[in-house]
Ligand binder design. Structure first.
Ligand SMILES: [Zn+2]
Ligand SMILES: [Zn+2]
Length: 186
């Protein structure tokens, strides 16, 4: 389940590197742009698919001089498909497990652990590769956004299309909703 990288495939330096960066123009043809399913406006730069969502990079946010987002989980110019449930709704869980991938544990006001029953199949990208999205806060956070309240990124047409996770103590990721975007050739 927790897939370790296949070390037979290459050296560990490649772990957080986009395939496009390694093979250059050869992968350009496979790049896609994600557009809003409602209005068709492009929401990302051309992106190439990774085999899986990388581990979030280690980041000592508690030592940072300024509060702000961590380094991005997904390298620039890439996307990956999240196979686990992500975002709202959060429901009470029998056991203490991470609420969603790379998010850690969350409890409700009664101390009961919560787990995501949100959608699977989100397209995870580097927030820096998004275009024309506006934040519409859906849950409380100290300096950024959390995924706990569900989608919080609005297209210029007004449709909710994605969930930003950008608070300082969380992984830095943008999850495009698989049901609200389409992949097109650039
Ligand atoms: Zn739109
Ligand atoms: Zn913060």
């Amino acid at each position: 389940m927790h897939d370790q990288r296949d070390h037979a495939q290459g050296d560990s330096k490649a772990e957080h590197t986009c395939p496009a960066g390694i093979t250059g123009a050869a992968t350009e043809a496979e790049a896609v742009v994600f557009v809003c399913a409602r209005c068709g406006v492009p929401l990302t730069r051309p992106l190439t698919q990774l085999p899986a969502v990388p581990e979030a990079p280690y980041y000592a946010w508690w030592d940072a001089d300024e509060p702000g987002p961590s380094p991005s989980t997904v390298p620039a110019d890439c996307y990956a498909i999240e196979t686990e449930p992500y975002g709202a709704p959060l429901v009470v869980s029998e056991e203490l497990v991470p609420a969603m991938p790379r998010r850690g544990t969350i409890s409700n006001v009664h101390g009961q652990p919560l787990v995501s029953q949100g959608p699977r199949g989100n397209i995870v990208i580097n927030p820096g590769d998004a275009r024309g999205l506006e934040l519409q806060h859906a849950s409380a956070a100290c300096c950024g956004a959390t995924p706990d309240g569900g989608m919080n990124q609005v297209c210029t047409c007004g449709a909710l299309v994605a969930t930003l996770c950008s608070d300082c103590c969380l992984p830095y990721e943008l999850h495009l909703s698989e049901r609200h975007v389409r992949a097109v050739r650039p």
